[in-house]
Design a binder for this molecule. Structure first.
Ligand code: BTN
Length: 247
């Protein structure tokens, strides 16, 4: 499985995720990338809004992995690509806050989302969306400003969004192809080295239930996070956690 990119560039869109999903439903091939300068209805995890002013990087990738097993790791593939690509293009080295946040000094620099479309038992396509706060100030992010970081503020010079995009896509192809060959452990090892969360006290909000506290212990092979609670260990699956933060 070799990925080749077909990048479609837009000015303003609702959400690159939405556009990519529509294209995928219409038969767009694997490797189609929807790239936009800005989004007016950017989507975050758990139906949150992703504020997307001009100057950020917003892209969504159409994948047709052909297998369902291990597909939950594709969010991690996106997060690794975004972290490594940002390091190479901008000289800023984000960590990954499980499951899908890119963080610098505890503040959120970017995020990854993955949506899957199935028909019956089979997987039709997955769209992985990546957003990185680029050449704008945190004040553009409203209420989220104090918990956010932008490359403009972290790097010494404005970031070249074209090279940021290319580096992220390059990294994505490497990790995705590895995943396709069944090299999950390589992926997990790299993710472990980039996770900000391990060994830290964390609190998290399960989808149904109240906020809990524990110590993040380990990223498992299937992408779940083991959190040690007072009495027992708990395995967190990304889709069951609304948010998680370090204490
Ligand atoms: C999150 O941290 O909650 C995930 C944020 C993902 C944002 C990106 S920006 C490009 C793509 N299009 C969207 O509407 N969302 C993703």
């Amino acid at each position: 499985m070799t990925l080749s990119w077909l990048v479609r560039e837009y000015g303003e869109v609702s959400s690159t995720q939405e556009v990519a999903e529509k294209l995928a439903l219409g038969g767009a091939r694997e490797g189609t990338v929807v790239l936009a300068e800005r989004q007016n209805s950017g989507r975050g995890r758990m139906e949150r809004h992703w504020i997307s002013p001009k100057g950020g990087l917003y892209l969504s990738i159409v994948l047709r992995p052909g297998r369902v097993g291990g597909v939950q790791l594709l969010t991690l593939v996106g997060a690794l690509a975004a972290a490594e690509g940002t390091r190479k293009a901008a000289g800023v080295s984000p960590k990954i806050r499980w499951p899908n946040d890119l963080v610098v000094g505890g503040r959120k620099l970017g995020g990854v989302i993955a949506t899957a479309s199935t028909r019956g038992e089979s997987l039709e396509f997955v769209v992985v969306g990546i957003g990185v706060n680029g050449n704008f100030g945190r004040d553009e992010l409203g209420d989220l400003a104090s918990a956010s970081a932008t490359l403009k503020e972290m790097a010494q010079a404005p970031v070249d969004l074209n090279s940021l995009r290319s580096r992220i896509l390059e990294e994505f192809a490497v990790q995705y192809e590895g995943w396709g060959r069944g090299e999950e452990m390589k992926l997990i090892r790299l993710a472990r080295s980039l996770l900000s969360t391990i060994g830290k006290k964390v609190e998290f909000k399960p989808l149904r239930g109240r906020v809990e506290k524990g110590i993040a212990e380990k990223l498992e092979k299937d992408g779940t996070l083991v959190v040690r609670m007072v009495r027992e260990g708990l395995r967190l699956r990304a889709e069951e956690v609304e948010w998680l933060r370090e204490l």
